[in-house]
Structure formats: structure tokens, C-alpha cells
Ligand binder design. Structure first.
Ligand SMILES: C[S@@+](CC[C@H](N)C(=O)[O-])C[C@H]1O[C@@H](n2cnc3c(N)ncnc32)[C@H](O)[C@@H]1O
Length: 188
């Protein structure tokens, strides 16, 4: 049976589209993939003083460098949000194979659509543009006392409680970090 060149072209096009989506979608959403180095993960979780009663949200969880350590060593409850489906599959597999699966929730989706109001700790290793977009969302949604820990990129306009220059870690505590109060309480 002869293969129709149109079918081949459609197949190639679909393949290229899927490859582009799987490989590069996260660039459009806020950051490409690069796992947080182990030392930086440790510095982030230690500086944020993560405890078993914390609800930690990792924004752009990748393959789980922060997620699994926070659940396994610090015993926190963790929500991992990740936009890229192959990395979500890796996260789900790691959760299934490892201990503390009940402490880890994995969400496939855009972190900008997530409600942050129940988080007590937020971790992020995203690009500066994403941090800039996140700031007003943090200011609207974070509960008082929430710690935000960012690897590599600061939150411009906020004041860090602690900066670990060796591991490129910035720790913020809302609302002491500064920024604008939520519109509802402004001027009241
Ligand atoms: C630099 S990696 C950090 C991975 C992980 N947090 C870690 O520490 O190893 C950034 C991750 O964020 C994901 N990402 C980027 N923009 C996103 C968005 N808008 N929503 C969800 N995930 C996003 C990327 O797919 C990538 O896996």
C-alpha cells in the first residue's frame, strides 16, 4: 500500500507541534526547565524553616527537586504545579514510587491560575518576568506570614528578610516584604 505524502506531511507537522509543545511550552509560560541544585534546595527549605504543618506550593515543579525533599525531609504537605506534561508524568511516577505520596498533590496546569491563599510557603525558580507577574498576585492572595523563597531571581519591589548570595536564594515574608497591600484594604 502506497503512503500518501499528504499523510506524511500531516504526521510530521503534528510531530513537530507536539515536540515544540512538550519541549518549549514552559518557555512561553514563565521559565524553561532547569532543576534547582541540591544545595540551593536545601538552603531554600532551611531558610524558610519548613515544618510538618506547612502547606508548601512549588511554582513550576519541574521533576520535583524541591517537592520530594520538602515532603520527605521536612514532612511538609506539598502542592506541585507544573505546566509541561512530560515533567508532570515524571512527578506522578516519582510520587507513586516514593514514600509520603499522601503528602504530595500534583497539578498539571498554569501556576498563574492557582489560588495561593492556603499556602504557608511558596517556592519558585522562575524567570524574572514571571516573578514580576507574580508579585501583584502574591500581594492579592498570600495569607499573612506566608514565606516566599525564590532561587536566583528576586522579587523586584519587595525586601528580602534573608539573602543567601552563595546559593542565590531570597527569602521574603508577606506582608513584611513590602509591596502594595491588597486593593480591598488599601486606604481603609
Ligand atoms: C527552572 S525550572 C524549576 C523546576 C523545579 N522547581 C526545581 O526546583 O527543580 C521551572 C519550571 O517551571 C515550569 N513552568 C514554567 N512556567 C510555568 C507556568 N506558568 N505554570 C506551571 N509551570 C511552569 C517549567 O516547565 C519548568 O519545569
Amino acid at each position: 500500500m502506497a503512503i500518501d505524502p499528504i499523510d506524511v506531511a500531516i504526521g510530521l507537522l503534528l510531530g513537530a507541534g507536539a515536540l515544540a509543545y512538550f519541549g518549549f511550552a514552559s518557555f512561553a509560560f514563565g521559565a524553561g526547565y532547569q532543576p534547582t541544585p541540591r544545595r540551593a534546595v536545601e538552603a531554600m527549605l532551611r531558610l524558610a524553616e519548613v515544618r510538618p504543618d506547612d502547606a508548601l506550593v512549588d511554582l513550576g515543579a519541574g521533576t520535583g527537586a524541591i517537592v520530594f525533599r520538602a515532603a520527605r525531609i521536612y514532612r511538609a504537605r506539598v502542592v506541585a504545579v507544573e505546566v509541561e506534561p512530560i515533567r508532570v508524568a515524571v512527578l506522578r511516577l516519582r510520587r507513586r514510587l516514593g514514600p509520603f505520596a499522601d503528602r504530595i498533590e500534583i497539578r498539571w496546569g498554569n501556576l498563574f491560575g492557582l489560588d495561593f491563599s492556603t499556602a504557608t510557603v511558596i517556592t519558585a525558580f522562575l524567570w524574572p518576568g514571571a516573578m514580576e507577574r507574580l508579585r501583584p498576585k502574591f500581594e492579592r492572595e498570600l495569607r499573612p506570614g506566608c514565606r516566599v523563597v525564590s532561587h536566583h531571581h528576586p522579587i523586584v519591589g519587595w525586601t528580602a528578610v534573608t539573602h543567601d548570595p552563595e546559593n542565590h536564594v531570597y527569602l521574603y515574608r508577606w506582608p513584611e516584604a513590602g509591596g502594595s497591600p491588597p486593593a480591598a484594604t488599601r486606604g481603609t
